[in-house]
Design a protein around this ligand. Structure first.
Ligand code: DP6
Length: 409
């Protein structure tokens, strides 16, 4: 290193929503899945994690702050991720590191590379409410893996580092539509994410996140899939027989901009995941009455349009991810807001994210759908679209830690 002062970097990473779900591990420690999966990385203008990492020879230990609160760094997945990034950094030939440092330094004088032996202080936060049940571990671990890789100068395939934090995190290492290939090797070297298409390929795609009011604490995904692997015979059939075909068809639909086929596959796969949860012993219930009403609304809307113009998918919780295209966005949003109206006190911030108008549904459509509005069933609706993968932020105001590695910038 040219000098031994601190090195600091800040990066962001997206949330992703699975279209073909990952459910079940073949190796708990390395986080290797039983089946491949496919997801859309959502736009960071609406949902993102931000991480600052500072490394210094003066630090005596690693430290972590999550959403401003100091946390222990002893958590096993965090340790596995830190260990993996340092292991890869230590393997780089010295000449490579020196050559790259010169390049990096000429672009940004603050950002040099840290040697893997230095301790790090890490701070991470989300721009969305953590309590809302939106998966934050995927964007959080992806952001951590990406930031540490920049800090220590690890290049090349990075999704295998993010995977050590949380399986779905490896898909947040790319933008657009991303596949996580289950891989064959016992050490997980080929269990990595790849970009299927960039976000610019299908700019018309829209995603509405319907944040469902629910106070119940769900079974975590890790625990849920552990239970399904142990008890569900449907899961084995899905992983080996059904997913390969679903995945092939879903990728073909994406590449052909075929929204009806794509959203049909998304709905089938989501329902299959929740069928497996029901086939698990004891069964796991992630969906609630509102989730099921949303499903009915989407099907009724498609029927009224005589075409699939909307789809849905649910992860391990009751929140709905409704898929549509720019052409139908205002009409569908108007319909959702009509059937799931806000509390009057909550009406201002009820629809968030992309600025969209809401077209009130015609009386004809209201009658065709044939069910009653459900007030207060949703906290809010967040409108978003596919977006890019992790990014470095070269803006001093964005740092979550100062150059001494303490909260502030
Ligand atoms: C239903 O990635 O959270 O969202 O690997 O144990 O951390 P771990 O699980 P996680 O599981 C995500 C499950 C899912 C489907 C998906 O994202 O593919």
């Amino acid at each position: 290193m040219a000098e031994t002062s601190s090195v600091r970097i800040t990066c962001t990473a997206p949330v992703n929503i699975a279209i073909i779900k990952y459910w079940g591990k073949r190796d708990e420690e390395l986080i290797l899945p039983l089946n491949s999966s496919l997801s859309i990385s959502l736009h960071q203008d609406q949902l993102k994690s931000t991480t600052t990492a500072v490394a210094s020879p003066a630090f005596s230990e690693d430290k972590l702050w999550l959403n401003g609160q100091e946390k222990s760094v002893q958590e096993s997945r965090l340790q596995a991720l830190l260990h993996e990034v340092r292991r890869r950094a230590a393997k780089r030939p010295l000449e490579d590191v020196q050559r790259e440092e010169e390049v990096v330094e000429s672009v940004n004088s603050e950002h040099r590379l840290a040697p893997p032996s230095w301790h790090v202080h890490i701070s991470s936060k989300n721009n969305f409410p953590t309590g809302a049940g939106l998966a934050s571990s995927a964007s959080g671990y992806a952001c951590l893996a990406f930031t540490l890789a920049q800090l220590f100068g690890v290049r090349g395939e990075l999704s295998g580092i993010a995977r050590r934090g949380s399986g779905s995190a490896c898909r947040s290492m790319y933008g657009g539509v991303v596949r996580w290939t289950h891989g064959e090797q016992a050490d997980g070297a080929d269990s990595i994410a790849v970009q299927v298409i960039p976000e610019s390929y299908w700019p018309e795609l829209r995603v509405f996140i319907l944040v469902v009011s629910d106070l119940q604490k769900a079974v975590s995904s890790s625990e849920g899939m552990r239970r399904s692997v142990a008890t569900s015979r449907l899961l084995q059939h899905r992983a080996t027989v059904l997913v390969p075909e679903l995945l092939r068809k879903a990728e073909a639909a994406v590449k052909a901009h075929d929204f009806p086929a794509f959203s049909q596959l998304a709905m089938c796969d989501s329902n299959q995941l929740h069928a497996i949860c029901l086939d698990t012993h004891p069964p796991i219930f992630y969906l609630n009455d509102t989730s099921r009403q949303i499903m009915r609304l989407v099907h009724a809307y498609n029927q009224a349009c005589a075409e699939i113009r909307a789809g849905y998918t649910f992860d391990a919780g009751p929140n709905a991810f409704v898929l549509t295209t720019a052409r139908d966005a205002s009409k569908l949003l108007g319909l959702i807001a009509h059937f799931f109206p806000p509390q009057t006190s909550n009406s201002k911030r009820y629809i968030r994210g992309l600025p969209l108008t809401t077209d009130p549904p015609s009386l004809e459509l209201q009658c065709a759908l044939g069910f009653e509005p459900q007030p207060n069933a949703l906290h809010y609706i967040l409108c978003t679209r596919p977006g890019p993968g992790p990014q470095c932020i070269f803006d001093n105001e964005a740092h979550l830690l100062n150059i001494d590695g303490l909260p502030g910038n």
